[in-house]
Design a binder for this molecule. Structure first.
Ligand SMILES: Nc1ncnc2c1ncn2[C@@H]1O[C@H](COP(=O)(O)OP(=O)(O)O)[C@@H](O)[C@H]1O
Ligand SMILES: [Mg+2]
Length: 287
């Protein structure tokens, strides 16, 4: 039952949103592995397909997705797959054993239906200029973007899952959970001290904004509580402040967060939150 929330220490903040990255979505090692189909890969794919936890999803995973999982195992990022944590609109998240710790493996489905919406988020992002509209390329760029957003958010002093590896349409990251299973979302726990939780969340929003990022889907569903900390997750749709719709996304995030904390009994408004997040040097006592 959360009572206290520690704010992680601030490391360094990037220059707002001016980072350009080479995004190569052409041929991945996972595609090559799937095409080559050597004996070891065939056995791996069969073993995974037969495993109980992948039963439901096997029909929606293409061969190259198995290639990506295989590559992650070969590279030592994943040692054994555990059960599914979540089956979402465009991705499934699995619990797995990594190199020396537990990891979460987020597998985007290439044939997910809402890739058009994904493309809209990518289109205004300077990091992904020149990307065509092919479904596969969009998903691949999406995963690379999520990894880079996680790295950037972490550098900006926002507690997010440690990104570990991205391979084609699969992202491996730090896992939060204990013997009772995955860490609970903010919306699933009783919050003893909503004021402190709110102060941490709005500070993370401000730090993200200062690093040139807007989460884009922030709410009690994409914040988890673990070990006395609040962790912001699901940064796939996170855009830079240069995105033409970034203001709309930010306002929507503020509405979601403020209304959640208002339901917890706090006197907060989305305008007040927006003002805090975008104010250059906010007074720490402000609301
Ligand atoms: N690193 C993680 N550790 C533990 N649970 C996680 C982690 N990442 C995601 N989850 C769980 O999986 C759910 C879905 O993940 P998320 O990244 O939000 O994908 P989606 O796009 O499907 O919402 C989350 O609500 C959370 O409960
Ligand atoms: Mg989510």
């Amino acid at each position: 039952m959360p009572t206290e929330f520690e704010l992680v220490d601030l490391e360094e903040v990037d220059t707002p949103g001016d980072e350009w990255e080479e995004i190569d979505v052409t041929e991945t090692e996972a595609d090559r592995i799937a095409r080559r189909r050597d004996r070891e890969f065939e056995q791996f794919e069969k073993r995974i397909k037969d495993a109980d936890q992948f039963k439901v999803e096997q029909s929606v995973f293409d061969d190259a997705t198995f290639g990506a999982l295989y590559k992650l195992v070969q590279d030592g990022h994943v040692e054994a797959f555990g059960g599914p944590i979540s089956t979402g609109k465009e991705a499934n998240v699995y619990h797995a054993l990594g190199d020396d710790r537990e990891v979460a493996v987020k597998v985007y489905r290439i044939n997910a239906s809402n890739f058009r919406q994904m493309r809209d988020y990518l289109e205004g992002d300077p990091r992904f200029e020149g990307l065509g509209g092919k479904k596969k390329d969009v998903v691949l760029a999406w995963v690379k973007k999520e990894l880079s957003n996680l790295e950037r958010a972490r550098r900006a002093g926002v507690r997010v899952p440690d990104p570990i590896a991205a391979e084609r349409n699969v992202l491996v990251m730090e896992y939060f959970g204990d013997e009772d299973g995955r860490a609970k979302r903010l919306g699933e726990v009783h919050i003893e001290n909503p004021q402190t939780a709110y102060e941490v969340v709005r500070e993370y929003m401000r730090r993200l904004y200062s690093a040139g990022l807007i989460h884009g889907d922030l709410s009690e569903y994409n914040i988890v509580f673990h070990d006395g900390q609040l962790i912001v997750i699901d940064l796939g749709q996170t855009v830079t402040v240069h995105h033409p719709n970034s203001r709309t996304f930010l306002e929507r995030d503020c509405v979601n967060v403020a209304s959640f904390f208002a339901r917890q009994g706090l006197e907060v408004t989305d305008e007040g939150l927006l003002e805090f997040v975008t104010r250059p040097d906010p007074d720490p006592s402000g609301s």
